[in-house]
Design a protein around this ligand. Structure first.
Ligand SMILES: [Zn+2]
Length: 245
């Protein structure tokens, strides 16, 4: 009778461990899914801040362009004044001085205009790039939103699965005597797998050879047998070796 109780405990413990392993695996998803989302969020942020700095650079160039245009306008006014001076020149000397001034202003204006032309190309290119990156950013953001929605669904499903597994666990725990459950949980907390199979007289948890006396007791099923080295609870797989009395 005692042996049957032990074997029943072992069978229940095996089921318990199957549930615990499954819950552990599912619980990993609870961390992996948010971690994956975090990575994606960081990507979106990185692209976003890159885009911001591109926009700032473009705005600076556009401002500089406007400033230069204003300079050209001012030069236009100066040129008009110089022309006026030349018309009102009272002698050859004044006429020549005004002419030199006009030349200087024209040259400066021409230089500025050439520079602006080059700058305009850069600005056009910058606007194109910003537009492309804006589109990329928007599509990345919507991808992220999609992934977040998907992740919420996945997490809900995982939580439901875990809850369901936990309900089954409680039912099984009730079938096992409480000292055995606490022994199992203590070992599990420390080593992960608390219940391990004996194969070729060895503990499959730590590979220690189990002495014959323990194996005899394990076969008899009079009490729970633990590995002498790692303390895990030992059992034989149901393949004829596990003969209960
Ligand atoms: Zn062991």
């Amino acid at each position: 009778m005692r042996g049957q109780t032990t074997n029943k405990d072992l069978q229940a413990l095996e089921k318990l461990q199957q549930i615990d392993v499954r819950v552990d695996e599912e619980s990993q998803a609870l961390e992996e899914i948010p971690a994956r989302l975090d990575e994606l969020r960081k990507d979106v942020e990185r692209v976003g801040s890159l885009l911001e700095s591109e926009k700032e650079r473009l705005a600076e160039m556009e401002k500089w362009h406007r400033d230069q245009e204003r300079e050209i306008e001012l030069q236009g006014e100066l040129l008009a004044k110089a022309k006026n001076k030349m018309q009102q020149a009272r002698n050859e000397r004044e006429h020549k001085a005004a002419q030199r001034e006009i030349e200087t202003i024209r040259k400066a204006t021409q230089d500025r205009e050439e520079e602006l032309l080059g700058l305009m190309d850069t600005i056009e290119q910058g606007r194109k790039t910003v537009k492309e990156h804006e589109e990329e950013f928007v599509s990345l953001q919507s991808h992220l939103e999609q992934e977040e929605k998907e992740a919420r669904k996945q997490l809900d499903a995982v939580k439901k699965k875990i809850d369901k597994a936990r309900t089954g666990r409680e039912d099984i725990v009730k079938q096992i005597s409480s000292p055995v459950v606490s022994l199992y949980e203590r070992i599990q907390k420390r080593l992960g797998m608390a219940l391990v199979e004996v194969q070729d007289d060895h503990c499959t948890g730590c590979n220690m050879q189990v002495e014959p006396q323990r194996l005899i007791e394990l076969r008899k099923g009079t009490r729970l047998i633990q590995c002498p080295l790692c303390n895990r609870i030992l059992f034989f797989k149901e393949n004829g070796e596990n003969t209960s009395d």
